[in-house]
Design a protein around this ligand. Sequence first.
Ligand code: HEM
Length: 179
Amino acid sequence: MKGIVFTEFLEMVEEKFGFVTADAIVQDADLPSGGIYTAVGTYPHAEIVALVVQLSQKTSIPIPSLLQAFGQHLFPKFVQGYGGFFQNVTDPFVFLSSLENYIHVEVKKLYPDAELPSFDSHFPDEKTLVMEYRSARGMADFALGLLEGCLTHFQDPSTITREDLAPNGSHTRFVLTRP
Ligand code: HEM
């Protein structure tokens, strides 16, 4: 997993729970990297899982809620860091339907070792976008937070429903509906 995910996660933990908690989860997660991340480095996916598990134990907040909050936190950072993807885009459905064949493709060019999910998207009608998420890393809760962050960014009142198609967060159908 790319270092940017870790640096942003630890920044969110510091912001929401303070430095002491951020430091404690890094110590207690017993990480091969020692918890020293650079934005362009690549680290085992298991480390983000270990950090989230520690944070959940320390805060008593369930893991899915923490992953969702992290997605909400990360989306505006993507807007800041990758402004090019947002030029001339005013519609979140247009943006999201380009995720699989444009945005994550460009991300993969930037970071060839990025481990990205797949999204199968289609419009059953003009008010509805269906996005089917698949990933061996099972980060559907994180995906939901990113989708919510995206709607917030575009100030879009659409609603999101989710249907888990596998028990471990590895296959989930999201349905976004315009009012
Ligand atoms: C400008 C927009 C975006 C950029 C630059 C971007 C970039 C990235 C990067 C760098 C990673 C980490 C890959 C790794 O660590 O190896 C990632 C992972 C991920 N991205 Fe995106 N992303 C964007 C938008 C989105 C959106 C809108 C979603 C919507 C659900 C999304 C879903 C995910 C998920 C769920 C993962 C975790 C990996 C997995 O599930 O297997 N991304 N993305």
